[in-house]
Design a protein around this ligand. Structure first.
Ligand code: TYD
Ligand code: MG
Length: 451
């Protein structure tokens, strides 16, 4: 017999209580509790089971599940790279991002490409079939052999997927629109999202197909039904971009089968997304030499080097406490670099407004950008352009020392490829001895040497 239980679930962290509270005691969120009813069917837990084959070995066995060990390549290279070199059969990938950023567009293109040689399904709970067809027409993929459906009933979807023999990839757009009938609460609540995800994970593991879930993000930029979902899936990707720019970045923040912080770069056009295989060229497109206050940073995103332009502006201030504004970079880090430049290099930024911008709208988190920021600031202050065709990378410590950073060789190679001839950087620790190449490296020990 089925019995219905009522509980109050925090929509922030998923903790549940038997009574309503104004504040969740687990995560401290206010007013986040929603009553959810859960119908539990009589448990079969106490049935006697044969547990002699409970444990197994690490070695592969002949009667392994249908999980094939080779990865499924979608042949959209940027997408495959972010997933760690293709999709792992039986895995579940969550793609989050702001509404309208292009998640459905990207996944429709992925599924269309893969359907050329594998069985794929795309289930939308957000759009009707006619809308999906219109989009497919616009993307010129309307001839692709994708199994399309519009549904929000997860049990129907799972049953239909079971009937697709040799299914390789199923896309669920979006997890917040799906619901199972065993839970009474509305689609999108933590209980529904969790239950649907659990069932999808189980089906994917059992039948060996890949599931890609689309997840909405909340105002705070986390996937709704937050951590709960991110913990359950194998891979979490975020699709992000600035509305004013037409490029989009797919970033992996969790990956059980590959590196995190890997990025894929796409450009949104009127026929959907196209891959950008050399992002440095895109980001440096409007770079002008011989202008003071700019320096090129040779950065690393995941495993790939990217050159970015750092711009600084130092202007007289008429405010009691001058402005310090950083776009695309941590403003605390900016304050630290300014303090180091003042205390260790004798420069004075007092009474001046300071603006720092990473051109192109990308966000940098690497401390290796310190040196490029310092170079841009010094150049802006002195109103002198940095040396022609030069790049910068290195972390700056509080004593003003320049510390080595990882992947120096990759950074230098990318700079060489794009025609840069000078590099100002920290000591390079190379496992292969000296680095060959046409870039002239200036090794700095202290940031003072920049001046
Ligand atoms: P969509 O994939 O619907 O976003 P999401 O699923 O993340 O909510 O993307 C919609 C946006 O993309 C919309 O603003 C229009 C734009 N777009 C293009 O610029 N070109 C195209 O070819 C397509 C299909 C969409
Ligand atoms: Mg969508």
């Amino acid at each position: 017999m089925a019995k219905t239980q009522h509980q109050f679930v925090c929509q922030e962290c998923g903790a549940w209580y038997s009574k309503w509270n104004g504040k969740c005691e687990t995560c401290g969120a206010w007013n986040s509790m929603v009553e959810e009813a859960i119908t539990q069917h009589e448990s079969v837990r106490h049935r006697k089971k044969d547990l002699t084959t409970f444990f197994s070995t690490l070695e592969n066995s002949d009667n392994d599940s249908p999980l094939d060990r080779s990865r499924v390549l979608t042949h959209i290279t940027e997408f495959d790279r972010v997933c760690g070199g293709g999709l792992v059969p039986g895995s579940v990938i969550l793609v989050g991002g702001d509404p309208g950023i292009g998640k459905s567009t990207l996944l429709l293109q992925v599924v269309a490409e893969l359907s050329k040689n594998s069985i794929c399904a795309y289930v939308s709970g957000e759009e009707a079939l006619t809308q999906l067809r219109l989009r497919a027409e616009r993307l010129r993929v309307n001839k692709a052999a994708v199994h399309m459906a519009a549904s929000t009933q997860l049990h129907d979807i799972l049953e239909a997927l079971k009937n697709l023999a040799d299914l390789k990839l199923a896309i669920i757009d979006s997890i917040q629109t799906m619901s199972v009938s065993t839970i009474e609460s509305a689609a999108g609540t933590v209980s529904q999202v969790r239950a649907c995800t659990q069932e999808l994970i189980a089906a994917a593991k059992k039948q060996g197909y890949v599931v890609i879930l689309v997840g909405h993000v909340t105002k705070e930029g986390v996937i709704a039904g937050p951590r709960v979902l991110e913990h359950m899936v194998d891979t979490v990707l975020y699709f992000e971009g600035e509305r004013n720019y037409d490029y989009r970045i797919l970033r992996s923040v969790k990956n059980r089968f590959g590196a995190t912080d890997e990025i894929g770069v796409f450009a949104m056009g009127d026929q959907g997304l196209t891959e950008v295989s050399n992002p440095s060229e895109l980001f440096l497109a409007n770079h002008q030499n011989e202008v003071s206050g700019t320096a090129i940073f040779a950065g690393i995103e995941g495993t790939r080097p990217i050159l970015l332009e750092i711009q600084a502006l130092v202007a007289p201030s008429y405010l009691a406490s001058p402005r310090r504004t950083a776009v695309g970079w941590d403003s605390n880090r900016l304050s630290m670099i300014l303090a180091v430049l003042e205390a260790r290099c004798g420069l004075s930024f007092g009474n001046r407004d300071i603006y720092l911008n990473v051109a192109g709208g990308l966000k940098i988190t690497e401390p290796a950008a310190d040196l490029a920021v310092a170079a841009a600031l010094i150049s802006a202050l002195k109103n002198k352009p940095v040396p022609n065709s030069s790049i910068y990378f290195g972390e700056i410590g509080l004593t003003g020392e320049v510390r080595p950073v990882s992947h120096s060789e990759l950074r230098l190679k990318e700079a060489e490829k794009l025609g840069f001839t000078q590099a100002y950087c920290a000591t390079i620790s190379s496992r292969k001895g000296t680095i060959k190449g046409s870039v002239n490296t200036h090794i700095l020990k202290y940031v003072l040497e920049l001046i």
